[in-house]
Ligand binder design. Sequence first.
Ligand code: PGA
Length: 252
Amino acid sequence: MRKNIVAGNWKMNKTFQEGIEFAKELKDVLANEKPNCDVVICSPFIHLASLATILEVTEIGVGAENCADKVSGAYTGEVSAAMVASTGAKYVILGHSERRAYYGETAEILKEKVKLALANDLTPIFCIGEVLEEREAEKQNEVVYNQLADSLFELSDEDFSKIVLAYEPVWAIGTGKTASSAQAQEMHAYIRSVIAKKFGNEIADNTSILYGGSCNPSNAKELFSNPDVDGGLIGGASLKVNDFKGVIEGFN
Ligand code: PGA
């Protein structure tokens, strides 16, 4: 059966020292109260190796927020999937709406990143979601379908089954405006039906689909109680241990 996962996405926050402090505190907190879901921290590249070392003895996973679409070579400033994997990280967020919007990441680029992540045994947390105008025009299903089809439909069944999806309506990210529980469930069920049609029922049933967008300790429980919502990708509320713990407790 699919896993329930709560994954933090620090984005461009926390100095190296702040990140280390957070990891130590989270480790202690979760050692006392075992979570009822998988827990992952996705951080800037600079934290990865240290987080992986600190969290090695725990079940908390570590992930990057991005990786390059090239294997290696003269790409100044880029970090490859192999480099990410060499830190001990096991996950990588790909296709986040901020990467798509601010850094011009296209479906084609994302296809390459997914391939390289999988080739290096990283689990992609692949983000999809519509902007406000698309929702207002009732185009959200079409948008999400195309994002899935354009970057993931060429994968083999085996490779697709390694992907974690995150539905993140762009209008809900960092805005304090969460999708309602019903809106989240409706979209997650639609996404699962798309996967079932393309990759079969078994793979669809086993795919974890996380919700992201202003998920916090006060709404996590309701969101996670939906049958097709398998956890969350958490931005703002992943920056403080107490808030993040509150979201994790959505599975209690
Ligand atoms: P948010 O971000 O929780 O701050 O809305 C979620 C995300 O962008 O992954």
